[in-house]
Design a protein around this ligand. Structure first.
Ligand SMILES: O=C(O)CCC(=O)C(=O)O
Ligand SMILES: [Fe+2]
Length: 309
């Protein structure tokens, strides 16, 4: 059993249930900052991306490193490609995380803005179906989940009609594939810096993802046909701290390694947003670049990591 709220996209969409589901969503955002979302994404599509990712991570280290940050042609280069075990540090006290990962985004050729442009992927001869299955999953998530949830959140913030479409067309997307080794994988405590994160995780007997709520760590097991949503620092700022960007961590060991597929959703890269009260204004590119500098250059960790014990 899980103690996190469960929200249904279908109920948010249907006239008969929308109002009640919006109220439940509001409570989830204000009290938890974390909830399950029943999504309707075909199970086979998720399984296909996880299988292809497992095959990629099983390649020789030297092959995977051909697709590392140095090979990527986006700014910053740390926003794309392969990062080995202990490559990223989310909290300085914990040190580099025992996990390996591959980052991609919206594959828009020729876009030279920060966090945009094409990923240097292994092709099908090297990692069969890796790029295709991940980009197909991205299309499903961007069409079938992001606008529906984004509009519901904008309504709760009393933003004007069309606000979400105006500031998220297209969103900035950092899509990640993570492998936590069975011998002990982890992702240190942090908050996510973006608007919201959608996490698809494998169903495992263990409960590696944990959320910091009311002074203790609460496990967030995978539930069938649901993804986990957590709110990020940008949404917390935009709601004048009414919505919570909740600290979380991963501690994994078990019979198998663990693959997780987070989608970090940010507004349009050129957007400048002002909170409901007018108290907080921030530029998206500027805030994202500051977070990347904190993780990859100054070693201060992700999101509000330094504020956390
Ligand atoms: O792998 C997970 O379950 C969560 C990872 C996470 O929190 C992150 O990468 O920001
Ligand atoms: Fe996170």
């Amino acid at each position: 059993m899980s103690t996190l709220p469960q929200i249904s996209l279908a109920k948010l969409a249907a006239d008969a249930t929308r109002c009640e589901e919006q109220q439940r969503l509001q409570l989830a955002c204000e009290e938890y900052g974390f909830f399950y979302l029943e999504h309707g994404i075909p199970r086979e599509q998720i399984a296909r991306a996880i299988e292809a990712s497992r095959r990629f991570f099983a390649l020789p280290q030297s092959t995977k490193e051909r697709y590392g940050h140095a090979s990527q042609d986006v700014y910053p280069t740390t926003a794309r490609g392969y990062s080995p075990l202990h490559g990223e540090m989310l909290h300085p006290k914990a040190g580099p995380d025992p996990k390996e990962l591959f980052d991609l985004g919206i594959d828009n050729e020729g876009d030279r803005r920060p966090f945009a442009g094409r990923t240097n992927f292994p092709d099908d001869t090297v990692a069969p179906d890796f790029a295709r299955s991940l980009l197909a999953l991205q299309a499903t998530v961007l069409n079938g989940v992001v606008p529906q949830l984004g509009n519901a959140l904008a309504d709760l913030l009393n933003m004007e009609h069309g606000w979400f479409g105006r500031h998220f067309s297209p969103p900035t997307v950092l899509q990640r594939v993570i492998r936590y080794p069975s011998s002990g994988g982890a992702c240190a405590k942090h908050t996510d810096n973006g608007f919201f994160t959608l996490l698809l995780q494998e169903e495992l007997p263990t409960r590696p993802l944990q959320v910091w709520l009311n002074g203790r760590w609460i496990p967030v097991p995978s539930l069938p046909d649901s993804l986990v949503v957590n709110l990020g620092d940008m949404l917390q700022a935009l709601s004048d701290r009414r919505f919570q960007s909740t600290p979380h961590q991963v501690v994994h060991s078990g019979p198998t390694d663990r693959i997780s597929l987070p989608f970090f959703i940010y507004p349009h890269i050129d957007a400048r947003l002002t909170s409901q009260s007018g108290q907080h204004t921030f530029g998206v590119a500027e805030m994202m670049l500051r977070n990347y500098e904190s993780i990859w250059e100054t070693g201060k960790g992700a999101g509000r990591a330094l504020e956390l014990q």
